[in-house]
Design a protein around this ligand. Sequence first.
Ligand code: AP5
Ligand code: ZN
Length: 213
Amino acid sequence: KRIILVGPPGSGKGTQSPLIKDEYCLCHLATGDMLRAAVAAKTPLGIKAKEAMNKGELVSDDLVVGIIDEAMKKPSCQKGFILDGFPRTVVQAQKLDDMLAKQGAKVDKVLNFAIDDAILEERITGRWIHPSSGRSYHTKFAPPKTPGVDDVTGEPLIQRKDDTAVVLKSRLEAFHMQTEPVIDYYSKNGLVANLHAEKPPKEVTVEVQKALS
Ligand code: AP5
Ligand code: ZN
């Protein structure tokens, strides 16, 4: 399957992704994770993306379309994939359709992580991540076994630079202005399943499974 996850910052896309991936054996392509890795490695891409990311603004369409085009060529992504955080503009959605059409493929499902903005600040400011795997925790909702330490590797957890109440405001504005139209774009084709993303993680997982079955 070719699945897209759309939702505002903190809506649970990254939390649900590994579960979907394990169940359907797909590759997980998260543009945010890929961009953060590029910023940390100070690659030319990372240098171009850093400023917009720290301000909570979107990186240019050309940069992210380039990353996805490259990543989708991986053999492990040929049978299907989960796109987490892409497409985030209507232009990106159109480019994705073009890329898939060249392979005779199309998007199968769009999972819309619908949630009220008011819940998101607590989720974002309490998040801790394990940078190399992308695993995320929450001080209140999903605490690691040992505070500040990844359960699997024992490595330290960090907070994302854009996970502040101030930057969240810009990220939400970008979501409403630029990404919500993507949901309308796919609704026209009847591909969108709306999830109750404010529910506890396990209940959201059940909704995801229903939407994909
Ligand atoms: P990106 O990394 O994609 O960030 P985002 O969209 O803001 O989403 P988040 O990762 O913050 O949220 P999430 O839904 O994954 O939440 P999570 O599951 O971790 O993008 C970052 C930046 O990169 C962008 O601002 C932009 O600059 C750039 N970028 C990326 N893609 C781009 C693109 N296509 N075009 C242009 N620019 C792009 O959950 C959050 C917390 O809540 C966690 O602590 C978790 O444990 C907890 N939690 C999760 N679910 C629940 C639940 N059900 N109940 C209680 N707690 C929960
Ligand atoms: Zn995420």
